[in-house]
Design a protein around this ligand. Structure first.
Ligand code: PEP
Ligand code: MN
Length: 263
């Protein structure tokens, strides 16, 4: 179902009125984690002002250490809804457990399946039964074929609203958190008709590298970007090192527009 040969035209995924995979580049932005009502509402308003069309923010956080901040969970979801109410921005947030679908349905405009859950097939099958768009992130040790098979799991259930997200893979290089596989963008666009977005934040792991990676993703043909932005990166409860300040995000948006306009 994800295969371009069976479906030559590009799929456009509609996230509550925001079209991903059309002619317009879509930027999703927001903090790694929802931390408080003023935090998420302020960031939402600011990223919207800078041109982001979708708000991101994690409520359930799959952290490498059980001692790290695990997210505000249901309360975080409610705060995302408040930020959406205030700004009108659709929300994308990570779902880690199929049992949460009931709680998320009707609130979340797009489910995010994280890299660690790309092959959580029970989760994928349950998301396939919904009609809510899914942003599927590539696992950091998965091939493109495996990635597309995971999209297939969702689509086989009848939910064809799937967006593919390249977020960096694990290689022998340790300078960056992951290695952005830029070749995944043209490869996925060729193999599949689904929209492709890039997450330069988790690929780099370093704030100053987000901007050049974002520009390269657009140049390579990505349909959109998902970027972490924080009101106070130094005190963020997760992923502060890779989060952009408002000022830096504004500059990055300018560069992204320049690249998009040049191609
Ligand atoms: C995130 O988007 O905050 C996240 C945890 O991403 P990934 O699943 O790509 O690591
Ligand atoms: Mn993060």
């Amino acid at each position: 179902l994800a295969n371009r040969q069976m479906h030559p035209e590009n799929t456009v995924v509609d996230i509550n009125g925001v079209k991903v995979g059309g002619n317009k580049l879509v930027v999703m932005a927001g903090p790694c984690s929802v931390e408080s009502e003023p935090q998420i509402c302020e960031i939402a308003a600011e990223v919207q002002r800078q041109g982001a069309a979708i708000l991101r923010g994690g409520a359930w956080k799959p952290r490498s250490s059980p001692y790290s901040f695990q997210g505000m969970k249901a309360q975080g979801l409610e705060l995302l809804c408040k930020a959406k109410e205030k700004t009108g921005l659709p929300i994308v947030t990570e779902i880690t457990n199929p049992a949460h679908i009931e709680l998320f349905e009707g609130k979340v405009d797009c489910y995010q399946v994280g890299a660690r859950n790309m092959q959580n097939f029970e989760l994928l099958k349950e998301l396939g039964k919904t009609r809510t768009p899914v942003l599927l992130k590539r696992g950091f040790a998965n091939t493109l074929e495996e990635f597309l098979m995971s999209a297939e799991y969702i689509m086989a259930g009848g939910n064809e609203q799937v967006i593919l997200c390249e977020r960096g893979i694990r290689t022998y290089e340790t300078y960056t958190r992951n290695t952005l596989d830029i070749s995944a963008v043209p490869a996925l666009k060729r193999l599949s008709h689904l929209p492709v977005v890039v997450d330069p934040s988790h690929a780099a792991g370093i704030y100053w590298m987000v901007e050049p990676l974002a520009m390269s993703a657009i140049a390579a043909g990505a349909d959109g970007l998902i970027i972490e932005v924080h009101n106070d990166p130094a005190h963020a409860l997760s992923d502060g090192a890779q989060s952009l300040t408002y000022e830096h995000f504004a500059r990055t948006m300018g560069k992204i527009r320049a690249v998009a306009g040049a191609i």
